[in-house]
Design a protein around this ligand. Sequence first.
Ligand SMILES: [Zn+2]
Length: 204
Amino acid sequence: MNQTKILSLLLPGSNLQAVKAGWSSNLPTYQGIYRDYRVILEPGNNTGGHPVGIFRVTINASLTDENMIPALDQFLTNLAAEQKKMVVSVRRHRHAVVLELKATPTKKYIENTVNPITDQVIRYLEANRIPTGCQSCGDQDAPLESYTVNHDSHYLCHDCAVKTEQELKESQVETKKKTSNLFLGLIGAFLGGSWAISRRSAVR
Ligand SMILES: [Zn+2]
């Protein structure tokens, strides 16, 4: 399937764009807004990040109200159990929900798996008035742009992008001792390996 076809099938009503991955991959990822939520959809590839056969969906959800967390975790646990044939993993970060779904970007798979499962999560967030914002700090007002940090994609505000880049640089210089204090509230996947952060650009 070509990118235009995939984009027309993914989350109807969204304004998703195909963007170049920040590493050497031929596959773009898809990013944009669906029902007012920032979403990034990344098909797996063999050059970094998650493998082929896994489709990762990152939904920015600002959990500034900690009282929302137990019920959300329960909802996600139930979802993973109900959809266990299609859901590989569900992770709830401080300000994001990350779903890893089984299979490749085909019409059937997008319509039967990616769209309904993503939609179900976003409708839960909506119903519980959990807003979307920066994936690192949860800010709901700052403009967001998508960045690849190591092999993963994140919608971040400018301040968090600058801070992340700085922390990644520092972690390379002063390994171990320093890393335990880094990334508090940020994403564990930022740690380890070589660092790279880059802003994404649209596929022509
Ligand atoms: Zn931020």
